[in-house]
Each structure stands twice: as structure tokens, then as C-alpha cells.
Design a protein around this ligand. Structure first.
Ligand code: FES
Length: 110
């Protein structure tokens, strides 16, 4: 883990253009995509029927499509539309050819 709570995810060279990779960071299941040189990290769990297949989704027109029923999510925000939330997204940084993802700690309010 880095000072700013980013955690190692994978090497940039492991990612194929517009093809997802499933990884686990800090017990979170994450779908990572490389698109035109940028790297995006999403929850791997589709909010529609909670399937764990977003890493098998496809990218088109700046959107990530779920492979199960085709719901689409904005690449940048994960939102379904400007007023409807969708997939959780995670901050990503690339350092020396490695991908780091920031996972926010869950806080419980009992
Ligand atoms: S499970 Fe993803 S669109 Fe239905």
C-alpha cells in the first residue's frame, strides 16, 4: 500500500485494450479496463442482478456494457445516466508501469 492508500492491482502490461480483467484488492472484486491509454476500475458486480461479470463486459462509445443484459455505465463515472448512479468506480493511478487502486474503507455506523 502506498502512503495515500492506493494498493497494487496489476501491471499495466497485463491489460488488453477494451478487455476487462478481474482482480481482488482488499476483498473488493474489481473489473479493470484499459481504454485509449487510460485505466478505469469498477466494481465487478452489476447493480442490475448482482452478477459478478462486469470484467467480461465490453466497451463502446465511452460506456461499459454488462455482458448479461446490456445495461451500460459511463466509463468515467460509472453512472447509468447523469441522474442515475450505477457502478461503483475506484480512483486509479499508474506508477512505473503498475496499476494502483484506491479502496475506501467501509465504515459501519452501529
Ligand atoms: S446483470 Fe448486468 S444488466 Fe442484468
Amino acid at each position: 500500500m502506498t502512503e495515500d492508500n492506493y494498493q497494487y492491482a496489476c501491471s499495466y502490461s497485463e491489460l488488453k485494450e477494451k478487455s476487462g480483467k478481474r482482480i481482488f484488492v482488499d476483498d473488493e472484486e474489481i473489473a479493470v479496463f484499459k481504454v485509449e491509454g487510460n485505466v478505469y476500475a469498477f466494481s465487478n458486480i452489476c447493480p442490475h442482478q448482482k452478477t459478478h461479470l462486469m470484467h467480461e463486459g465490453f466497451v463502446e462509445d465511452r460506456k461499459l456494457f454488462c455482458p448479461v443484459h446490456g445495461w451500460s455505465f459511463d466509463l468515467q463515472t460509472g453512472n447509468i445516466s447523469p441522474i442515475r448512479k450505477g457502478l461503483t468506480t475506484y480512483p486509479v493511478k499508474i506508477v512505473d508501469g503498475d496499476i494502483y487502486i484506491k479502496i475506501s474503507k467501509k465504515e459501519f455506523n452501529w
